[in-house]
Design a protein around this ligand. Structure first.
Ligand SMILES: *[C@@H]1O[C@H](CO)[C@@H](O)[C@H](O)[C@H]1NC(C)=O
Ligand SMILES: *[C@@H]1O[C@H](CO)[C@@H](O)[C@H](O)[C@H]1NC(C)=O
Ligand SMILES: *[C@@H]1O[C@H](CO)[C@@H](O)[C@H](O)[C@H]1NC(C)=O
Ligand SMILES: *[C@@H]1O[C@H](CO)[C@@H](O)[C@H](O)[C@H]1NC(C)=O
Length: 271
């Protein structure tokens, strides 16, 4: 609609970009536009690819990867990790309620991770200064991750410790009562279909984000079975390593995967 209202931009290269939950929406939009272009539907957009940061892709796989992330970031021991992997058989979300060993392992994981600020494990948890949360119905919460990352933004009073950022006094809590149904749990098949088209894709992950951990993102990208074009290597800003990247190709399609060191999904952009 915007491009139709501003047709002088129609020929510009177009990338569809999003973060976090947009990982579900963006691949669907890209496929929709692509099919429209195939059918010759106007306006003809110069779609070149898409960009996603810490994207939700497959809720189950993303959340499961929090256990491996916790181990890789030294939040849990090798023993807790191995024990959970064996007892839960790698499935930490849909846990069999009769599997006591698995539940005990996940309890240990919870003990070790529940008081962290999960959207950035390097930052303090400032949610204790947040306004009370309304009860969320129908909310998919994993049993080992109860925290809502959006709490970070909500500091109704200036925090009494120097650990928490507190610049704006009165944040209004978002009205999340829109009624909609999440009927697409995974966008992986959209990504897979889009590898058949000549797009450039950039997927990046702040590597301290435990909500959508980089390890889960790496796992689904690997499952696309693409050919490695450039191996894992650092990228730099002003001579300092800022993260790592690699690139896959498949005919005229390319996918770059990058990490952003010590960042999470919104600090990727804003800091
Ligand atoms: C899990 O926690 C329990 C209770 O503290 C402890 O007995 C058990 O050894 C822990 N498991 C592992 C693998 O560390
Ligand atoms: C939130 O949005 C819903 C649906 O749009 C509306 O019915 C409700 O009154 C809003 N609540 C507040 C507190 O604004
Ligand atoms: C992927 O492409 C196949 C073949 O065109 C199609 O049948 C399938 O519905 C597509 N998947 C999604 C998620 O759109
Ligand atoms: C990727 O390769 C593995 C092992 O060869 C295979 O099991 C899997 O079906 C492949 N996935 C896709 C999307 O082709």
């Amino acid at each position: 609609m915007w491009l139709m209202a501003h047709p002088k931009f129609l020929k510009n290269q177009l990338y569809i970009v999003g973060d976090s939950y947009s990982g579900i929406i963006v691949p669907i939009i890209v496929q929709e536009i692509s099919e429209g272009l195939d059918a010759g539907i106007e306006p003809i957009l110069n779609l070149k690819g898409y960009v996603l940061g810490n994207p939700v892709t497959d809720a189950n796989k993303d959340i499961n990867s929090r256990i491996q992330f916790s181990y890789l970031k030294a939040l849990i021991t090798h023993e807790i990790y191995e024990s959970a992997k064996i007892n839960c058989k790698g499935e930490y979300v849909n846990v069999d309620p009769n599997n006591g060993l698995c539940k005990a392992d996940l309890q240990n994981v919870t003990t070790c991770t529940q008081n962290l600020y999960s959207a950035n494990i390097l930052e303090p948890d400032c949610s204790i200064y947040a306004s009370p949360k309304p009860k969320l119905l129908n909310c998919h919460r994993s049993i080992f991750m109860e925290q809502d990352f959006s709490d970070f933004l909500l500091s109704p009073t200036r925090p009494p410790t120097p650990w928490c950022r507190g610049t704006i006094k009165d944040w209004a809590r978002c009205n999340k009562s829109l009624s909609y149904i999440e009927d697409i749990k995974s966008s992986l098949n959209y990504h897979r279909n889009l590898t058949k088209r000549g797009y450039r894709v950039l997927i990046y992950s702040g590597d301290v984000d435990m909500v959508i951990p980089y390890v889960g993102t790496e796992t689904w990208i690997k499952s696309l079975n693409l050919t490695i074009d450039s191996g894992w290597q650092p990228w730099s800003v002003e001579g300092q390593v800022a993260g790592y990247w690699m690139r896959y190709i498949e005919s005229i399609y390319s996918l770059t995967y990058a990490t952003v060191k010590a960042r999470n999904f919104f600090s990727n952009i804003f800091f």
